[in-house]
Design a protein around this ligand. Sequence first.
Ligand SMILES: Cc1cc2nc3c(=O)[nH]c(=O)nc-3n(C[C@H](O)[C@H](O)[C@H](O)COP(=O)(O)O)c2cc1C
Length: 394
Amino acid sequence: MSEPSPVNFGNYQNDIYLNGLDGHLPPFTTDLTALGASARERLDPGAFGYVAGAAGSGATHRANREAFERHRLVPRMLRDATARDLRTRVLGTDMPAPVLLAPVGVQSIVHPDGELATARAAASLGVPMVLSTASSYTVEQVAEANGPDAPRWFQLYWPNDDDVCLSILDRARRAGFTTLVVTLDTWTLAWRPQDLDQSYLPFIRGVGTAIPFSDPAFRAGLAQPPEEDLIAAVLRWVPMFTGTDRSWERLSFLREHWDGPIAVKGVQHPDDARRAVDAGMDGVIVSNHGGRQVDGAAASLDMLPEVAEAVGDRTEVLFDSGVRTGSDVLKALALGARAVLVGRPYAYGLAHGGEEGVRHVLRSLLADLDLTLGLSGHRTPGELSPDSLRHRPS
Ligand SMILES: Cc1cc2nc3c(=O)[nH]c(=O)nc-3n(C[C@H](O)[C@H](O)[C@H](O)COP(=O)(O)O)c2cc1C
């Protein structure tokens, strides 16, 4: 639902200092770059490795952060940035700030309430969530937790069985998910040493499979329901959502069967962005999956300007991978993103305190974004441009 008026997200800072007068501190750190370290102490090693881990040597995961380090904001003064308006409209969705919750699967491994807690926290701030196909709860359950008015998008791991695919899309649409995000970069799982070394893969234990296991078309293909024969259900689902590299032409199938906006996620090369536009996609999400798929791949931020240059006037360009602070959001916007998605930080927030933990992470990020936007001399996200940045001298 659209915000009636701009939200003063920076006020969270005042709340924190005022609460301090009564001896109350924030539930956990407001430094979102430090959350991983404290989440490690709260989670069992398998779950922590799954969230924090990356592909191969972690080179791309590190590169994502290094790219943000290389770009520096150049604040401008005396520009009347007192009253700010972060509201943004992206792919048909009004949002209070240019920030969404990235699709993060299997959230019940970090907190029993998983995606339900995330959905409630997101709704309380009007921030759109993107629900993963690999959710621990069904689309209907998450929609109910999210509420009738909250904005929500659905992320598809594209099943290679068309009946199952269409059934899942239909359920998502009925449950009020308006925009479809098709993830292209995870058609099979990457080599992820943190998970391999612990032999930790939630899906083969039936975790993160609530959507297919509750799906009538999927269940129709099983001799026995998943509740009676988990292994058979797992063995049918895992090869259905991994292992098949699709084609650009096949996107027409999704275009035909989804009547809302569609964005493809995992785009890095400008030519792929052009192909996505040619295939009728409404948006591209510049992402390297938080460094979890192609080790040694370019930092997502480094590819953003080329993609924005190639298709920014023809489609909505979104960005993720490595966003941790308000200034990171500003840098991505300055380089051509219309909005950003944030992944691990809110998963760590969930690990720290369920719904309240996700809310604290979001409020912290949005307050930091709001204050840094103003302090750098801007009133709206639209005022940012490449001229707002300089490369750090090497
Ligand atoms: C634990 C975990 C699970 C994820 N699951 C999915 C998923 O199910 N679908 C998807 O498209 N991306 C998934 N991603 C990738 C995120 O959507 C996003 O691209 C990435 O987390 C952004 O990088 P960041 O974590 O540095 O913010 C996952 C990421 C993490 C950390």
